[in-house]
Design a protein around this ligand. Structure first.
Ligand SMILES: NC(=O)N[C@@H](CC(=O)O)C(=O)O
Ligand SMILES: [Zn+2]
Ligand SMILES: [Zn+2]
Length: 448
């Protein structure tokens, strides 16, 4: 059954696109068909959704999600992770390659893509590994993944750094052929051996092995120069230090084709949180200092940092509820990302809702090259465009409860925090995946 015949025509009444004046947005046949004056009469065959006071944004796009399937379905599955994404306002995610087996072949990326499509919560775009098994020795079958049904355009060994400069150079050269991008997890391995948290005053006091900012910055500096030399496209994952922002600023000024992301947690949390030895706050790259937080906020506001990406990294209780040194790195983020961006960037007056649409939708879609064709994402909220829409209540406040989220894991760093904003509804090509803040359970196999 096609969506076009089963979906109601939705009229989002009184929605404020990007925070501008309210209108009625009409979604039919998978696209935005009409923009009417706010609170116009609704026809009998149309379904009204009261969007008074709500901001309408294009469906959010995450360039950096760990869905854990195949291999660690005890932490997350493609179904649970993509349901969590929809609840967070996303209509597309890029699924990182550090699964078991690693997504380093056409077979694995096609499997992930197909399961995501059949689940129907969001579009799943698999990221392909750069190297076989993420081992950093031999290039993975990049071309076959690009040519597969999954049409992979983003390649990353995330979780590990592509340390070997020759391998990095070859990967950058290879992806040029199809306008792909290499997304680097910038971490000099020798400088971070045994590291447990940010290297600084707090790590010295706690006696934990530190992770110096230079371990991130040295790789970013090398890679922007490599990208310049090769004339290829580089993306920097989860940038976290003031120095990294400076290097990206310099590289962009020089015309190097580099983009960068920051996570919600690096926009607000600091290494002071390590003092309680609660492994919820153990993450890669580590939480940094207040000065770094200020620098990444500034970098995001001035466009040096292109996007916010969640780095949603679910882990089982077994892997997190243990002593700090033994715990896994990573925190969840899909269901809190928009709220954290609202709190740190919008409510603080540094960004508008139009900026939010850019950093959480248009720019990540463009970097992933998913902004064109029948499943285009990150498009403007205009007539004729795919009806990927999220309705947000910016006036709502909620206390995050890590035990009652849609993700299968509980390692949110925001448990017990009061955050602004609430996702009220999400539409994927005109089909409601979330209504009244709750996921809309759907018939298996419904797809767009
Ligand atoms: N961010 C993390 O701390 N962990 C990620 C890997 C990664 O993003 O580097 C994971 O896969 O758990
Ligand atoms: Zn990483
Ligand atoms: Zn990651």
């Amino acid at each position: 059954m096609s969506e076009q015949t089963t979906n109601p025509t939705y009229v989002l009444q009184g929605a404020a696109p990007l925070g501008a004046d309210p209108v009625d947005l009409v979604l039919a046949g998978g696209v935005i068909t009409e923009v009417r004056a706010a609170h116009s009469p609704v026809a009998d065959d149309e379904t009204a959704v009261d969007a008074t006071g709500l901001v309408a944004l294009p469906g959010l796009v995450d360039l950096h999600t760990h869905l854990r399937e195949p291999g660690r379905e005890d932490a997350e599955t493609i179904v649970s992770g993509t349901r969590a994404a929809a609840v967070g306002g996303f209509t597309a995610v890029h699924a990182m390659a550090n699964t078991t087996p690693v997504a380093d072949t056409a077979g694995v990326v096609e499997q992930v893509w197909r399961i995501g499509r059949d689940a129907g919560w969001v579009d799943v775009h698999p990221v392909g590994a750069v190297s076989v098994g993420l081992e950093g020795h031999q290039l993975a079958e990049i071309g076959a993944m690009a040519d597969s049904a999954a049409r992979v355009r983003v390649f990353s060994d995330d979780g590990k750094c592509v340390w070997d400069p020759i391998l990095m150079r070859r990967a950058l050269e290879y992806v040029k052929a199809f306008d792909g991008v290499v997304a680097q997890h910038a971490q000099e391995p020798r400088l971070t051996e045994g590291a447990q948290m940010n290297e600084g005053v707090v790590s010295a006091e706690l006696g934990l092995a530190g992770w110096p900012a230079v371990a991130e910055e040295a790789i970013i500096a090398r890679d922007v120069l490599l990208a310049e030399h090769v004339g290829s496209r580089l993306h920097v994952c989860h940038l976290s230090t003031a120095g990294s922002v400076e290097i990206i600023r310099w590289a962009k000024g020089r015309g190097i084709d580099v983009t960068a992301e920051v996570t919600p947690h690096h926009l607000v949390l600091t290494d002071e949180l390590a003092r309680d030895y609660d492994p919820t706050f153990k993450v890669n790259p580590p939480l940094r200092t207040a000065a770094d937080v200020e620098a990444v906020r500034q970098g995001l506001a001035d466009g040096t940092i292109d996007i916010v990406a969640t780095d949603h990294a679910p882990h089982t209780r077994e892997d997190k509820d243990c002593e700090w040194a033994a715990a896994a790195f990573g925190m969840t983020g899909l269901e809190t990302a928009l709220s954290v961006v609202q709190q740190t960037m919008v409510d603080s007056g540094r960004m508008t809702w139009a900026d939010v649409a850019r950093v959480l939708s248009a720019a990540p879609a463009r970097i992933g090259r998913i902004d064109e064709g029948p499943t285009a994402q990150g498009r403007p909220l205009e007539v004729g465009e795919p009806a990927n829409v999220v309705l947000v209540d910016p006036a709502a406040r909620r206390v995050v409860d890590g035990r009652s989220q849609a993700t299968a894991s509980t390692n949110t760093p925001f448990h017990g925090h009061e955050l602004p904003g609430r996702v009220v509804a999400t539409f994927l090509r005109g089909r409601a995946t979330v209504l009244e803040g709750a996921p809309v359970e759907q018939v298996a196999g419904v797809r767009s």
